[in-house]
Design a protein around this ligand. Structure first.
Ligand SMILES: Nc1ncnc2c1ncn2[C@@H]1O[C@H](COP(=O)(O)OP(=O)(O)O)[C@@H](O)[C@H]1O
Ligand SMILES: [Mg+2]
Length: 362
């Protein structure tokens, strides 16, 4: 299970909207998703059609005492065949006080303990956080391997985010585990120059930490929340559905990259040398994808055989290289723009500061 906390101490930047609609889009693609509502305001609970006043128990019961973790399966509410919710309630705001006397370490491990008790398997757990970095957010970060920070692209919210990233970095040291942190531009209004400039600034500052997906302002997202369903079920052709679909694709692509390594070596090592090496690049929007590296003198697609196929709405480029054993560096040229391989975690910084993907042929 990939546990992703959606964090930003600023209210109104799209945390809850992201949790609910990313859950909807991942589920629409076939994933099983658990939504964990750690905000006492219970907005995610409400936006998934549950009245927090009507639930018999919520996360407070699970987190408030040592033995509560076992209750986690009893509080879950199914809102869709592939989405379950661990609901919140206003009482959750009393948790900090309730646990004040406890040792700091134990206090922040309540949620991770509860998730360890889950009876059913999920592909993703998405944690909605309150608009502050207190005990509830610490619990979320302790339980997560990944963090998404929604960042409103229509206001100058960047300073606050840098503070938040510092806090997360400090926390990562204390937690003793790495968090993969990514920035999601939200509430984007491409009609204003100010928003376009802010988005460019966000991309310039955060580079690869930024998702390619951008969430545009879209009234259907508000309407869907009021109806208590993810936008994908309420307005399948809305911009909000397309944007959260693109985000889900990027989020899911990270698991695909882990599960199916991009580098497959074809052929028998004993007999064939050099070897055929296949790297693939997936993108729904790209028109032209080439590869360049030290194996072809950095000339895009020189000495490379290309194949294009499609996987649903996504096009897949396969680049077939003929390489002797050794270590190689490469980049893709996507519609004229150079970029590293998004599916290859091995990256090295080159002589002029560019980031090259690394490929080892054994
Ligand atoms: N992309 C968007 N387009 C239009 N309205 C949005 C969008 N994202 C969020 N909203 C609305 O803005 C308000 C704040 O968003 P929300 O997700 O609740 O933020 P947070 O959880 O960070 O406080 C909500 O009313 C929500 O419906
Ligand atoms: Mg919220």
């Amino acid at each position: 299970m990939r546990t992703i906390a959606i964090v930003n101490q600023k209210g109104g930047c799209g945390k809850t909207t992201t949790v609910v609609n990313l859950a909807g889009s991942l589920a629409a693609d076939g994933a099983r998703v658990l939504v964990i509502d750690m905000d006492p305001q219970a907005h995610a609970t409400l936006a998934l059609g549950i009245d927090p006043e009507m639930t018999e128990a919520n996360l407070y019961e699970v987190l408030a005492d040592e033995d509560g973790r076992a209750l986690v399966n009893e509080i879950l509410v199914e809102v869709d065949p592939r989405i379950e919710v661990a609901p919140s309630g206003i009482v959750l705001s009393a948790l900090e006080q309730k646990l004040a006397a406890e040792q700091a370490e134990a206090r922040t491990e309540r949620l991770v303990g509860a998730l360890g008790q889950l009876a059913r398997p999920y592909d993703f757990a998405l944690i909605d956080c309150p608009p502050n970095v207190g005990l509830l957010t610490f619990n979320a970060l302790r339980a997560a391997q990944e963090v998404i920070v929604p960042l409103e692209a229509s206001h100058f919210a960047i300073h606050g985010v840098q503070k938040l990233l510092e806090t997360i970095a400090l926390l990562t040291e204390r937690l003793g585990h790495d968090l993969d942190v990514r920035i999601l531009p939200t509430l984007y209004d491409g009609r204003t120059r100010f928003a376009r400039e802010t988005l460019a600034e966000i991309r310039g500052l955060f580079g690869d930490m930024c998702f390619d997906a951008v969430i545009r302002q879209n009234v259907k997202l508000r309407e869907a929340a009021r109806r208590g369903v993810p936008v994908v079920s309420y307005a399948p052709s809305a911009n909000g559905t397309a944007d959260y679909g693109a985000l889900a694709f990027e989020v899911a692509a990270a698991s695909a990259a882990e599960l199916t390594p991009t580098l497959q070596v074809v052929g028998d090592a004993e007999e064939i040398e050099p070897r055929r090496v296949v790297v693939s690049f997936r993108d729904p929007g790209a028109q032209d994808v080439r590869i360049a590296g030290d194996f072809n003198g950095w000339i895009p697609d020189k000495d490379v055989q290309s194949e294009v196929s499609s996987d649903g709405s996504t096009r897949v480029w396969r680049k077939i290289l003929c390489l002797s054993p050794g270590t190689y560096h490469y980049r893709y040229v996507v519609d004229g723009r150079w970029r590293e391989d998004p599916d290859n975690p091995r990256v090295e910084t080159g002589p002029v500061g560019e980031r090259n993907s690394v490929l080892v042929v054994q």
